[in-house]
Design a protein around this ligand. Structure first.
Ligand code: UTP
Length: 322
C-alpha cells in the first residue's frame, strides 16, 4: 500500500475522513449508531466515501474516529464468522456485499479523544502520512457530491496552480446563510473555465446582504501539506474547536494559492435528517430492485399529503405514454 506518490494517478495517496463528530443533529439515532454508518438504501455513507476515495486512486483512508465509534472502523474489517455462515448457505451476493468495504481501500484508524473540531481532527492525520506526501485529500462523510469525479478535477487544478483546492456548489440566495461562502476572483491562467476561481476569503454563514458570492463550501478538500503547520498556528474558536476554515484562511492571507472548482452536479448532506431523507429517496429511486416500488409508494404518499392530486398523476402518466 506504500506506493510512491508519483505512482498514484491523481497524486493523492491518503484520504482523510473526519468521523469523530458527535452527530447531535441526528439524535437519538446517533446515541449508539455512528451517523457514518446510517445506510443510504443499504450502504453506509462511509462506504460510499471509501468508494470515491478508491476511484481517485488513493490507497489509504485515514478515518478519524472517537473512542465510542469503533463500529466505523469495524465496517472495514473482515467478519469471518458471518462470511463463513453466508458461504455455507450459498448466499454469494450477500457475501460480496459484506466483503466489499474491506476490499476497496486500506482503512487506518486515528483516534480523536475529544471532539475538538474539524481542524483538530484533520491535524491528527499528519502522523500517518508518508514523507513523500505533499498533499492530502479530506472528504467529509456527511457530504455526497455527485456524480463523483470532482476530486479528480481538483487534482488537475492543483497540478496547474499548486497550493490547495476546495470544492464549491452554487446555492440559492435564501440558502447562503446556512453555509461557508467563498469570496472569489478570476483565476489567472484558468482560461475560459468559469468553474475555476481563486479564493480571496471565506465568510461563515453570512446574511444574504453580506454574502460575497453564492458559492458554498462542500466537504471536499485537497490540501497542501502546509495545512498542518497552519493548524498548529491558529487558535480555537467558540466552543474550544479548532476550525479547518481558519487554517485555510491563514494560508490565503499568507499568499498560498487556494482555488475552488465549482461542482455543477448534485450534493446531498447526510448529516441531518432533512438532507439524509432526500438522499435515500434519490438513491432509492435509482435502485434497480427498490426503485419501481418506491416510486409507487412515494406517489401514493404525495397524494395523501396533498402534494399532488390523483388527477395530476394520471395526467402526467397519460402525457408520458401518449
Ligand atoms: P459536523 O459539525 O458536520 O459534524 O462536522 P458533527 O459535529 O458530527 O455534527 P453535529 O453538528 O453534532 O450534528 C463535520 C465533519 O467533521 C467531523 C464530523 O464527524 C463530520 O464528519 N468532526 C467534527 C470530527 O471528526 N471531529 C470533531 O471534533 C468535529
Amino acid at each position: 500500500m506504500s506506493l510512491p506518490i508519483d505512482e498514484h494517478v491523481n497524486a493523492v495517496k491518503t484520504v482523510v475522513v473526519p468521523a469523530a463528530g458527535m452527530g447531535t443533529r441526528f439524535l437519538p439515532a446517533t446515541k449508539t449508531v455512528p451517523k457514518e454508518l446510517l445506510p443510504v438504501v443499504d450502504t453506509p455513507g462511509i462506504e460510499l466515501i471509501a468508494e470515491e476515495a478508491a476511484e481517485l486512486g488513493a490507497t489509504r483512508l485515514a478515518i478519524i474516529t472517537a473512542p465510542n465509534k469503533a463500529g466505523v472502523l469495524a465496517h472495514f474489517e473482515r467478519f469471518t464468522e458471518l462470511e463463513n455462515t453466508l458461504e455455507e448457505r450459498g448466499k454469494t451476493e450477500q457475501l460480496g456485499k459484506i466483503r466489499r468495504a474491506a476490499g476497496l481501500i486500506e482503512a487506518v484508524p486515528v483516534t480523536q479523544e475529544r471532539p475538538l473540531g474539524l481542524g483538530h481532527a484533520v491535524g491528527l492525520a499528519e502522523s500517518i502520512l508518508d514523507d513523500d506526501e505533499d498533499v492530502v485529500a479530506v472528504m467529509l462523510p456527511d457530504d455526497l457530491v455527485l456524480p463523483t469525479g470532482v476530486m479528480e478535477r481538483m487534482a488537475q487544478v492543483r497540478a496547474n496552480f499548486g497550493g490547495s483546492v476546495l470544492c464549491a456548489v452554487e446555492v440559492a440566495d435564501e440558502d447562503v446563510s446556512n453555509y461557508g461562502i467563498f469570496k472569489v476572483e478570476d483565476a489567472e491562467g484558468a482560461g475560459e473555465d468559469p468553474d475555476i476561481k481563486r479564493i480571496t476569503g471565506m465568510v461563515e454563514k453570512p446574511a444574504f446582504e453580506d454574502a460575497p458570492s453564492n458559492l458554498a463550501a462542500t466537504g471536499r478538500y485537497l490540501l497542501d501539506r502546509d495545512i498542518f503547520d497552519a493548524l498548529r498556528r491558529i487558535t480555537p474558536g467558540s466552543g474550544g474547536e479548532l476550525q479547518l476554515t481558519d487554517a485555510i484562511a491563514l494560508l490565503i492571507d499568507e499568499g498560498h494559492p487556494v482555488h475552488i472548482v465549482v461542482h455543477r452536479g448534485k450534493r446531498h448532506d447526510l448529516g441531518n435528517p432533512g438532507g439524509y431523507i432526500p438522499a435515500c429517496v434519490d438513491f432509492g429511486l435509482s435502485h434497480p430492485k427498490y426503485g419501481p416500488q418506491l416510486k409507487r409508494a412515494l406517489t401514493q404518499i404525495m397524494i395523501e399529503h396533498g402534494v399532488f392530486a390523483e388527477q395530476d398523476i394520471t395526467d402526467v402518466a397519460q402525457g408520458a405514454s401518449g
